[in-house]
Design a protein around this ligand. Structure first.
Ligand code: ADP
Length: 225
């Protein structure tokens, strides 16, 4: 069964009287457990597409069905609930909450799920990403690679069915980026999560099962690796 189905999705941004068609009739679906990369030039609509798939924004037309839920039929609160229950995110700029420690950042999705063992589970996750000794550090006290490792621990915390990653290694040097890629794919394999990532990096894209190439808001090519 498809965990994600994107059907005839278009996205038009309107600024004043100008209309910008960013996605134009996009169709694809992803099976549970698959890994996929969305690639394409800057400005081609990759981040917009990822945001629509994750229910962070509405499509102008068409349908996005995530884990059986047609997102366009849901309220903002209902979409937030689906994200809390089933979705993990990794961002290029980490997006950790600056006023919370590493441990508290990882606990956020667990507390949203009302897990009584949130602290224990968050510590286990920090251990998995090799940062148990940084639990009480704040994001500004961590390097970029360490912040991304905390964000990976947070992304996997609610045992998501599907993980979205937007340029997860884009702000990191090559060596740190390679370590982060390995960590994402290792955890992904262990937990059987579906992974959809946006990347500029052809080497990272080749590590997935499937490459979806977009240009000018349209799918140009799909490649199974
Ligand atoms: P990519 O991730 O491939 O670089 P994006 O999805 O970020 O592309 O952006 C695609 C196009 O949509 C760009 O021209 C960008 O300027 C425009 N865009 C993105 N978000 C908005 C927005 N909220 N309002 C208006 N235009 C936007």
């Amino acid at each position: 069964m498809s965990i994600l189905s994107v059907q005839q999705v278009s996205k038009i941004y309107q600024s004043g009287s100008r209309k910008l068609t960013v996605l134009d009739n996009v169709n694809f679906s992803i099976e549970a457990g698959q890994t996929a990369a969305i690639v394409g030039p800057s400005g081609s609509g990759k981040t917009t597409l990822l945001g629509l798939c994750a229910g962070l924004d509405y499509a102008t037309s068409g349908s996005v069905v995530l884990n059986g839920h047609a997102l366009e039929n849901l309220s903002e609160d209902q979409r937030a609930e689906i994200r809390n229950q089933h979705v993990g995110f990794i961002f290029q700029n980490f997006q950790l909450l600056p006023t919370l420690t590493a441990l508290e950042n990882v606990m956020v999705p667990l507390e949203l799920k009302k897990r009584k063992d949130a602290k224990k589970k968050a510590l286990e996750l920090l251990e998995k990403v090799g940062l148990a000794d940084r639990a009480t550090h704040y994001p500004t006290q961590l390097s970029g690679g360490e912040q991304q490792r905390v964000s990976i621990a947070r992304a996997f915390a609610n045992e998501p069915k599907i993980l979205f990653a937007d340029e997860p290694t884009g702000n990191l040097d090559t060596e740190t980026g390679d370590m982060i890629e390995n960590l994402i794919f290792d955890l992904n394999k262990q937990l059987g999560t579906t992974l959809i990532l946006v990347t500029h990096d052809p080497e990272l894209a080749k590590k997935t099962n499937r490459i979806i190439r977009i240009k000018g808001g349209k799918i140009q090519e799909e490649q199974y690796v």
